[in-house]
Ligand binder design. Structure first.
Ligand SMILES: *[C@@H]1O[C@H](CO)[C@@H](O)[C@H](O)[C@H]1NC(C)=O
Ligand SMILES: *[C@@H]1O[C@H](CO)[C@@H](O)[C@H](O)[C@H]1NC(C)=O
Length: 213
């Protein structure tokens, strides 16, 4: 038996495996980079969308420059609701529209009910929907999973660590989904032991959506 040639072919097979591993690792890294770039682009698009939908603070001049019809059109298809309670509990998430430029943060294409905190998009179509959650620990907080679900459209989960300082924990979730004119409720779910001493930061937690088609 030619031991040497056996070893040689074994070595060759080994180096083939090495090349395969290097190539697939590189491919994986590239895929991860591409995914990250995609995410950044979506966030940047969202940011520019938010900037262009922000109405001018002086409606008089914008009417003169012919700005209003466009921004009014965009504004009507945009809704943002801010959290109004810091409590984390099994319940409907309490939300409210806020002042936005000269108007309110819920456009005329939407119907928001203060009492039930429900939101309805009147126009059927595809919407970009996002949830921002920002939490801080006030004192010796336990770990646990916080989940915020908008109907069957979007679920945003935050794995809260056991924490004793006030480092905020934040999470942004988004999706594009078809809305068909039904009322949507935002349900919050906490673990059985609760999430004592965690609080939801109101100004930086909320729910938004805009028509994309
Ligand atoms: C909240 O609801 C979930 C799911 O129904 C349940 O597992 C959990 O124990 C509830 N939490 C509290 C604090 O009741
Ligand atoms: C979360 O809230 C804290 C405290 O208000 C704030 O400093 C931080 O910038 C917020 N983070 C995000 C991502 O909004």
């Amino acid at each position: 038996m030619d031991v040497e040639s056996l070893q040689k072919s074994g070595r060759r097979r080994g180096s083939c495996l090495d090349v395969f591993l290097v190539v697939s690792t590189m491919f994986l890294l590239m895929a991860v980079a591409a995914l990250a770039a995609g995410g950044v682009m979506v966030v940047m698009e969202l940011r520019s969308e938010l900037e262009t939908t922000r109405p001018s603070s002086d409606p008089g001049t914008s009417r003169l420059t012919g700005d209003t019809p466009d921004s009014a059109y965009k504004m009507q298809n945009f809704a943002y609701l801010e959290a109004v309670s810091s409590k984390l509990q099994n319940s409907t998430m309490e939300l409210s529209q806020i002042k936005y430029g000269a108007g309110l943060s819920v456009g005329s294409n939407f119907q928001f009910e203060e009492g039930t905190h429900s939101l309805k998009a009147k126009q059927v179509g595809y919407y970009f929907i996002y949830i921002n959650l920002n939490l801080t620990c006030t004192y010796q907080c336990n770990a646990g999973l916080l989940s915020v679900r908008l109907g069957d459209k979007l679920t945003c989960e935050v794995e809260l660590p056991a924490l004793a300082d006030t480092t905020p924990v934040s999470r942004k979730c988004w999706t594009v989904s078809r809305l068909d004119g039904h009322k949507l409720f935002t349900q919050m779910t906490v673990p059985k032991e609760g999430l004592q001493n965690w609080r939801l930061e109101l100004k930086t937690s909320g729910l938004g959506m805009f028509l994309v088609d």
